[in-house]
Ligand binder design. Structure first.
Ligand SMILES: *Cc1c(COP(=O)(O)O)cnc(C)c1O
Length: 225
């Protein structure tokens, strides 16, 4: 495992996919998903210039987040239980997985108590899979209209996970539909800035279809796809 080699490879693929579709590769944020790897790997990625890391469990992330020698943005990408919100708010700069009203209310309420504003992306279950969290595409607009009213919660985009397939071309239509939702929904108070989609096995397709935040774990830290 050599993170430097993996990162170089991933970056080259991002640049190639961006240029192919006439997009600016510098406007694409790579979130290194460090769930399952330790502080050592995180420090190594940090030394290579990575400043955004993703975790899906607060507990597993704690040691890494509390390390004072790295100053980065932590992204919460996992399913968020309402009773864990109080642990997530002080540590993470963006929540990718807002998927229900009760959670939005809880985040807003706790943020209000601390006099903070919390940034989140709304998770969409783009392929309407039973095994995945997220709102069905047709419910996204109503949900955004409702949560846009919450003063301490700022919605700044959408997140989705495509079905796992061996040939990433198969998920292109899902990414394309996500981009269309992202571009066409116009809800006052919602700033559609980020579209978080694309993981190790499908990120080049996601870039070609308009993603500007990629969440990549295994290809960076294990080197496989
Ligand atoms: C684990 C995870 C990723 C990264 O997946 P890889 O296939 O390892 O790149 C991205 N997004 C979410 C929500 C994850 O849980």
């Amino acid at each position: 495992m050599d993170i430097a080699v993996n990162l170089k490879f991933v970056k080259e693929k991002i640049i190639k996919a961006a240029l192919k579709t006439k997009r600016d590769p510098d406007k694409i944020t790579l979130v290194a998903v460090s769930k399952g790897v330790g502080l050592l790997e995180v420090k190594e990625a940090y030394a290579l210039g990575i400043r955004d890391f993703g975790e899906n469990r607060v507990q597993d992330a704690e040691e890494k987040i509390n390390c004072s020698s790295i100053n980065v943005n932590w992204h919460f990408i996992g399913h968020l239980q309402t009773n864990k919100v109080k642990n997530v708010l002080p540590k993470f700069s963006l929540i990718h997985s807002l998927d229900r009203l009760r959670l939005a209310k809880k985040i807003n309420q706790l943020a209000q108590g601390e006099g903070k504003r919390i940034k989140a992306l709304v998770q969409v279950n783009i392929a309407e899979e039973e095994t995945k969290h997220g709102l069905p595409p047709l419910e996204v607009k109503d949900f955004l209209e409702e949560v846009a009213q919450f003063p301490n919660l700022d919605i700044i985009g959408l997140m989705a996970m495509a079905p796992y397939v061996s040939n990433p071309e198969e998920v292109r239509p899902y990414f394309r539909r996500m981009y269309s939702i992202f571009r066409t929904l116009d809800v006052p108070g919602v700033d559609m800035r980020y579209l978080s989609m694309g993981m190790s096995n499908d990120f080049t397709v996601a870039v070609e279809e308009g993603a500007n935040v990629l969440r990549i774990g295994s290809q960076l830290f294990q080197g496989d796809e």
